[in-house]
Structure formats: C-alpha cells, structure tokens
Ligand binder design. Structure first.
Ligand SMILES: Cc1cc2nc3c(=O)[nH]c(=O)nc-3n(C[C@H](O)[C@H](O)[C@H](O)COP(=O)(O)OP(=O)(O)OC[C@H]3O[C@@H](n4cnc5c(N)ncnc54)[C@H](O)[C@@H]3O)c2cc1C
Length: 508
C-alpha cells in the first residue's frame, strides 16, 4: 500500500476532509490508499459522527446507527467491508437473523427475516389475497439490486468509468437508468391494491428514508429491501463505533492524518476556488481539494460566505428540506425485561395517521442481543428513538427543557411497555438526547437526519453527486447521492474519492 507523506509545513495537502463521519472517512481512506496526502479535521473527540458511540456506567451505546448494511462478503454492495479492507482493516461482525420486528396498527405483527422466502411467506400469510403482488413488488426490488450488485460502485460523475462500466454491464446500466427517476409508491401500487399492505410498504420505506413510499427513490429501496437478504444485517463486534475507529486507524496506517477537536469555521477561497480551511483556533490548512462531510446546509450556509450560495444549491434547497431530528433514549435494563426470542430491531406504531408525526413512529435497537459485551452482565441496552423537531425544544428555560425531556422519555417508555412489559421497573440507566443534543454533538443543522424531498421528485435524479459549483470543493455524506445510512454514505465516499483522485491525476 503506498504511503502518502504528510506535506511539510506551509505546503498544501492533496485533500482536506472536514468531518470524520463514515462518508468522510471512506473518502479519506480511499484517497490515502491511492497515495494522496490527506488531512481529516474533526470537531468532536472521536470519529464517526452519527455512527459514533459513548460510554456510561459499563454500557457502550451507539449514538445513532445500529442496523448495519454493507458488511456482506460477496458482490459489490458490501461497501463497509471493502472500505476497511482498502486500508488493511477488518471487523468481526455478528449476523442478525431478523432485520426488523414490526408492531403496527391493527395487530399487524411481523418479522423481516434474513431469509427472503421466510419473510415473503410471513407477509403473504397476513395478506393472502396479495400473494402475487407481494412477490412481484419485492422481486422488482431485486431487479434494481442485481443491477447495482453487478458493477463496481464509483463516481457517476466520471465519464471514463461510466463508459467502461456501460460496456462491461450494459443491461445492468440500462436497468439503473430505468429505475433512477422512479419512486417506490408508483411501483408498489402497480403490484398491490390492499390499503393496509400499501401502508406497510410506506412503513418499510419510512423506517430508513423518513418519508413514505411515494417520496422514496426506488434505487435506495432496491438496495435496502434486497441487501437485507443478500449481504444481510450484520452488527460489528464491539459496537458501531468500531467502524469509524478502524477506518481512522487504517487512514493513519496509510499515511493520512486525523486531528480531533478541530472545528472548521471557514472554507478559504482564492479567486473563486476553495483552497483550504480555517479552524476555530485560527489555524489554517491548505489543500488542492477540500471535501466537506458536514451537511450541505452547514457547508454552504456556515462555512462559506453567504454571498457564495451557488444557484445549484438554491435550487437543491427548493427541492429538498431538512428531515426531523430524533428524541433518543439510551436505556440500560435488566435482562429479564426482554421476553424470550426478542429481536434486535423493532418498529412500533399504534395509529397509521401518526406514521410521520413528531414522536409517532418508535424505533428500537437492542444491540446487546447480538453483542452482550456492550453492557454489564445481566443487563441489556435499549436504544429507542422517535422523530422530533428542534423547534419543539427551543425557547425553553433549563428547567422547562429538563422537565420536557422527562415527560417525553416517560411517554416513550409507557408506549414501549406494550412490547416490553415491566420495562419501567427494570430500568438501571437512562439518558435522553433531544434534537438539540443531536445538533450539538453531531454538528448537524437542527440535528436533522438528512435531506428529504419537499414533494414527489423524479426518484434520485435530483440528488447531487460530489462535485459542487465551487471549484476545488466537494461534498460527501448523506446530503449527496444516494442519501442516508452507513452503506449509502460509504457509497458516496467511494464515489467522492474516485472523482477527487481523477481530478488530482492520481491512479489506483
Ligand atoms: C438516531 C439515528 C439512528 C440511525 N440508524 C441508522 C441505522 O440503523 N442504519 C444506518 O445505516 N444508518 C442509520 N442512521 C443514519 C446514519 O447514521 C447516517 O446517515 C450516517 O452516519 C451519516 O454519515 P455522514 O458521513 O454523512 O455524516 P455524519 O455522521 O453527520 O458525520 C459528519 C462528521 O463531520 C463532523 N463535522 C461537522 N461539521 C464540522 C466542522 N465544521 N468541522 C469539523 N468537523 C465537522 C461531525 O462532528 C461528524 O463527525 C441513523 C442516524 C441517527 C441519527
């Protein structure tokens, strides 16, 4: 593996990456592996962003993500496995036999098994009159996935790659071109007519895209609804934080550099071109290319002068808005609270009309069912969260803020008693995070989970790639193609590094 020397003081790095989320780290490690000199600047104390972790009283909690795609060992969509391998790293993972256990209105209780046929049979048993449509819909998702999984996933902004991949896999490319402008809702309605089943498809989308099927691009759904049965959901031993830790370690092994407690406050411009960054400490670093892993809103509205908001960004903001943030509850509970055969991930909703409402849908992860080392013996972690808006948490006095936190936490625990009777009595530890907490610790505008369409768009066509209107400046992460989720931002990282390497004239 080529080692990229850090340049002597005063000269420019090949690339500076602002932020060490998974998108930023995949870009940085890919570039370092190609021989570029790379500096990652992270405002927080550890890497990972929304895929970070924190420790309290013997528990190790994932900050956000814990249903992890991209750790398969075959095909091309196992991007986390591949990103780690590129810098000589690997992580032991634990396969999850069930992606989600749904607890939905009208007693619709079902599990998405890793085994595709088992999942289909369980769903068909609930909607026997839709047997044909169910198979047709999910098989169409496989058609999308098979196209993606046939080719190396790199930058769609790089013409030589596009030409090569088209000649190598013409049918897969044409398949993707067909699905790129489509959303799930239209395809679901072509296959299925039962309104309750269509609501279930809405929830299948909402629980990772935070929008219903009509607004969810088919490309993303093809990935999620198929890869859960192909590469599967696999939990990294030691917690999700391991992914970023190992990528950061691999980056340094490959000659790159990462600095923590280094908040970028400004992207430096010369003659209309991004040439470096300034930190809150006043220190400046120069680079031939600057890559922002902060959200697009943070990048263009906080790190660049207001006058610089390019037309393309204004247009993007007319198409996409910020999704809600979350209210998160990190619980330590006695093991006997969990009924036998409890699964790791749950979705709970009692009333379909509240699927998108603030504090409507509840998400639950219990990673200690897969890796007991994350909690003291005899205890489990329950991380539960529900969409919420930062506006609900503004303009409160400190005591009002604390009281509201307690009320919302108690209401959440109350609702969870439906699936975990005795939860309140079995609590050993509790810490709540609000949208303000997400904003503060994850450095994300309003604590948002990421961009969502303002209205029905043409699938993923409107989602920007990595280059921006500002020469020398690139974006990576969930506000670029193809959107939120660890494997998706890893895709964005591969694509960004590929485009930047081509622009720097690097091969590899
Ligand atoms: C509660 C929750 C649950 C989730 N569950 C899942 C799940 O189960 N599965 C899944 O795949 N995904 C899940 N996600 C989504 C997933 O975590 C994100 O989509 C993904 O981690 C985003 O990665 P990113 O690289 O785009 O950015 P981020 O993770 O936001 O990282 C950006 C980094 O940049 C740093 N930064 C920002 N501004 C600056 C600055 N000015 N200077 C220096 N550093 C800066 C931040 O500190 C941060 O470390 C979840 C997210 C949340 C919040």
């Amino acid at each position: 593996m080529p080692l990229s020397p850090v340049p002597p003081d005063g000269t420019a790095f090949d690339a500076i990456v602002i932020g060490s989320g998974i998108g930023g780290l995949v870009t940085a490690t890919q570039l370092a592996a190609k021989g570029a000199s790379v500096l990652v600047l992270e405002r927080y104390l550890i890497p990972g962003g929304s895929a970070g972790y924190f420790e309290r009283e013997g528990y190790r909690f994932d900050v956000g993500a814990s249903m992890i795609f991209g750790f398969g060992n075959q095909g091309t969509t196992n991007l986390l496995t591949r990103a780690l391998a590129a810098v000589g790293m690997e992580i032991e993972t634990i396969p999850d036999p069930v992606q989600i256990h749904y607890h939905l209105p009208g007693g619709l209780d079902l599990k998405v098994h890793r085994e595709y046929e088992k999942f289909l049979q369980e769903l068909i048993a609930k909607f026997p009159h839709e047997a044909k449509g169910i198979r047709q819909f999910y098989d169409e998702c496989w058609a999308v996935f098979n196209c993606l999984n046939a080719m190396e996933l790199l930058s769609l902004e790089e013409p030589r790659y596009l030409t090569r991949v088209f000649f190598q896999h013409p049918f897969a490319c044409l398949g993707l071109v067909k699905y790129l402008p489509q959303n799930v809702g239209d395809i679901a309605r072509r296959c299925i007519s039962d309104p309750d089943l269509l609501r279930f498809i809405d929830m299948e989308c909402y629980c990772w895209s935070v929008v219903p099927a009509d607004l969810t691009p088919m490309i993303n759904a093809g990935m999620v609804f198929s890869d859960r049965h192909y590469g599967g959901i696999n939990y990294p031993r030691g917690g999700v934080g391991q992914i970023a830790q190992k990528l950061a370690e691999g980056l340094e092994k490959a000659g790159g550099k990462i600095l923590y407690k280094s908040r970028v406050t400004e992207i430096l411009m010369e003659n209309g071109r991004a040439v470096g960054v300034r930190l809150a400490s006043g220190k400046t670093y120069r680079a031939r290319r600057v890559i922002s892993n902060a959200t697009r809103w943070d990048t263009f509205e906080k790190l660049l002068p207001a006058a610089v908001l390019p037309k393309s960004e204004q247009k993007w903001q007319q198409r996409y808005r910020k999704s809600p943030s979350f209210f998160s509850l990190h619980l330590g509970v006695r093991a006997d609270v969990l009924p036998p055969d409890t699964e790791c991930h749950h979705i709970l909703l009692e009333d379909w009309s509240r699927i998108e409402a603030a504090r409507g849908t509840i998400f639950v992860s219990i990673p200690t069912l897969l890796d007991p080392s994350l909690a003291p013996d005899g205890y489990h972690i329950i991380h539960t969260f529900t969409p919420d808006w930062v506006d609900h948490w503004q303009r409160l006095s400190p005591s009002e803020y604390e009281a509201q936190k307690e009320d919302v936490a108690a209401a959440l625990c109350d609702r969870l008693e439906a699936i975990f009777p005795g939860l309140a009595a079995g609590l050993d530890f509790q810490e709540a995070g609000t949208p303000r907490t997400h904003r503060r610790f994850l450095g994300r505008v309003d604590g948002s989970y990421g961009p969502i369409p303002r209205r029905k768009l043409l699938g993923l066509l409107g989602m920007p790639f990595n280059r921006t209107a500002i020469p020398g400046l690139y974006c990576v992460g969930d506000s670029t193609f193809p959107g939120q989720g660890l494997n998706a931002v890893a895709f964005s990282g591969f694509a960004c590094a590929h485009r930047v390497a081509a622009d720097l004239g690097l091969r590899g």
